[in-house]
Write a protein that binds this ligand. Sequence first.
Ligand SMILES: [Zn+2]
Ligand SMILES: [Zn+2]
Length: 246
Amino acid sequence: MAMRAAVLGAFGSAPSVEDVELMTPGPHDVVVRPGAVEVCVTDSYALRPGPLAHPPAILGHSAAGVVEEVGAAVTTVVPGDRVVVAGTPECGECFWCDRGEPHQCREIFEGAVRHVARRADGTPISAAGGVGTYAERLLLREYGVVRVPTSLADEHLCLLSCGATSAMGAVFGIARVGLGDTVAVFGAGRIGGWIVQCARLAGAVRIVAVEPMAERRERAAGLGATHVLDPADGDVVERIRDLTGG
Ligand SMILES: [Zn+2]
Ligand SMILES: [Zn+2]
């Protein structure tokens, strides 16, 4: 299928929009038409040599959209399903994926190369992070999409593809915040703002946001932080001890 995609041709060069050919899906693959794509700081890491991108590579790693085509062995989604694209690859076959810990999938850390498209001259094009969402169509594995029956707009839904889920992982998976807990959030930018909301969702009663920028402190308070601290005002640890009775 002919499509356009934002391709990083080489490290050190600017990405450009190219006419490319999407490869034919295999038995375990799905083709997704993205409705909205998130821009994330991880995408800037893919511009530098590292495990994320192997040029030529389609950039971008999170999206929400609609399934258009599925391979013969796919069982969890059908054409027409609305899906969130997982922001990192999940091979479904390695030790970590078998353990139900796809966030440790070897493909993330070993920098596996997945070719998803080709240029007119036949040059294969990979997908940054194994995902590659800055394109008119996405060739993903079945494991790389999650069916979401929802009426949410794609531009909101796509935030579940990477950023908001990072905060959910921090609150529910790592810190395991529970009912009645007190939480301190250091940094109330994009992820910190979501962490504040997730901590509230988890039932935390006291949420302290520590953030040097006034505008972000104000937003954190609006999102559910019960206390906001400017680190310039003195020892943060001491002040949190004061707020929490030690
Ligand atoms: Zn991201
Ligand atoms: Zn894996």
